[in-house]
Design a protein around this ligand. Structure first.
Ligand SMILES: Cc1cc2nc3c(=O)[nH]c(=O)nc-3n(C[C@H](O)[C@H](O)[C@H](O)COP(=O)(O)OP(=O)(O)OC[C@H]3O[C@@H](n4cnc5c(N)ncnc54)[C@H](O)[C@@H]3O)c2cc1C
Length: 410
């Protein structure tokens, strides 16, 4: 087997935002870095993200971002404080990529091209002398006496006293997602928490959603309706052949997938017009009864709802509204403000944008991102047991955790 003679201080496995940030921050400190990427292109999932525009971060503080990740808040703070959202924006601006805050919150490259971010990071790595190889899938980590010694890529062995695993998650296998990172982490003795597809659509037992496939509603609040579950999400909702999707459910899917290991179905409550309260609906019904009583309920509702959806939500759509019974009005109000659907699954890995689960956080030192088990082994990005909601949180975490590794290696 051919051995490389070159000496590197750090080998980075994976060239997504986590790997690129790791390579960059280490090379800025004069470290000799080798970047290995299994695909024939660099950048990981950045080019796919945000519909090709990449929602690279947002305007929140490190503390606010960390809080969004729930119980793991404290774990994220050292990395986020070391390379916070504001610094990320400043960094890209300094490398000629204008970042715009589109709606007072989300940050995208002004060019609307995610590829510009990849180019900026790669050019900077090149300037710093980072060596990079594509089509180089690492299939083994070399560990001796509790310390990392290098990696193996099928044909070659590369030696270094530090290795960063920044292999991303399982999702989007057609692009670059794979289980390789988890396999490598396990080889080194690390625990992988259960993996679930997250940030994706939800499949429901109510078959009628399929008849409404393609219909979307603008501002829906969707909540998991189980005791002690507080998670809810608000935004556009899309009916699909198997259930529901889009922003109103994306951030719930990972939790739904977890809950489905304990429940046959997970009830979801949908407020179909989050900006209209039940009291307002009652007032609207009152006006309809008094002023448009001869008009059918279905026709009146068509001001608000697409026609195909009405028979599934309105008990007697042909009935003139004045003759609508109290029970019918109650049912209609319930369907509009607290419609229950039952999730029995989530979309598969091909559609899931992120992976829930990953390398057990207890086994990583959050101040450096170094393994607590193997000296010189580091983790960053989606491979760790962390996933954030939509809104630039995941790429920010990948950049911050990779940067902390780069800043920490000895
Ligand atoms: C469609 C889509 C849209 C998204 N939009 C956004 C968004 O707008 N904002 C946001 O914050 N997040 C978004 N995400 C999530 C975000 O892209 C990821 O969380 C982020 O890219 C993770 O970064 P990473 O560096 O950890 O991994 P990745 O970006 O997945 O990169 C990992 C890299 O490692 C390589 N690799 C894996 N194993 C090996 C190996 N053994 N040897 C060599 N190389 C290996 C892979 O080929 C890949 O290039 C989106 C995801 C998807 C799928």
């Amino acid at each position: 087997m051919a051995e490389t003679l070159k000496n590197f201080d750090l080998i980075v496995v994976g060239s997504g935002p986590a790997g690129l940030a790791g390579a960059l921050f280490a090379s800025e400190r004069g470290k000799r870095v080798l970047l290995l990427e299994k695909e024939n292109r660099f950048g990981g999932k950045i080019p796919l993200s945000g519909g090709g525009r990449c929602n690279v971060t947002n305007v929140l503080s490190p503390e606010e971002i960390a809080r969004t990740f729930g119980k793991n808040e404290r774990f994220l703070l050292p990395a986020l404080r070391n390379f916070p959202p504001e610094e990320v924006r400043r960094y890209f601006q300094s490398r000629g990529v204008e970042i715009e805050v589109t709606d007072g919150f989300h940050c995208f490259p002004r060019s609307k091209k995610a590829a510009d971010l990849v180019k900026a990071l790669l050019d900077h790595c090149d300037e710093n002398g980072v060596e990079r190889l594509s089509n180089a899938a690492v299939d083994k980590v070399l560990v001796e006496e509790g310390a990392i010694k290098g990696v193996h890529t099928g044909k070659k062995v590369f030696h270094a006293p530090n290795v960063l695993l920044a292999c991303g998650g399982k999702s989007y296998p057609k692009w670059s997602g794979s289980e390789l990172g988890y396999i490598l982490a396990r080889q080194a003795g690390h625990t992988i928490t259960p993996l679930y597809p997250a940030m994706t659509g939800v499949k429901c037992i109510e078959m009628w959603t399929g008849e409404c496939a393609g219909i979307s509603l603008e501002d829906v609040k969707c909540s998991i309706d189980l005791p002690k579950e507080k998670l809810s999400c608000r935004g556009e909702l899309l009916f699909t052949h198997e259930g529901i999707s889009a922003f109103a459910v994306l951030d719930l899917a990972g939790r739904v997938a977890e809950l489905l290991t304990q429940h046959d179905t997970v009830p979801l409550k949908l407020d179909l017009f989050a900006q209209i309260s039940p009291e307002e609906w009652r007032r609207i019904f009152q006006t309809w009864r008094q002023e448009k009583g001869k008009t059918s309920a279905g026709k009146l509702l068509s001001e608000y709802l697409p026609k195909r959806l009405i028979p599934h939500l309105c008990p007697a759509p042909e009935t003139p509204f004045a003759r609508f019974s109290g029970a019918d009005t109650g049912k209609l109000l319930e369907n509009l403000t607290a419609l229950t659907l039952h999730a029995h699954g989530v979309e598969n890995w091909h559609k899931a944008m992120v992976t829930r689960g990953g390398v057990e956080l207890k086994e990583i030192n959050s101040k450096t991102m170094e393994s607590r088990l193997i000296r010189g082994l580091y983790f960053a990005g989606e491979l760790t047991d962390l996933d954030g909601p939509c809104g630039g949180y995941n790429i920010q975490w990948a950049l911050s955790s990779g940067a902390l590794c780069g800043a920490s290696i000895r």
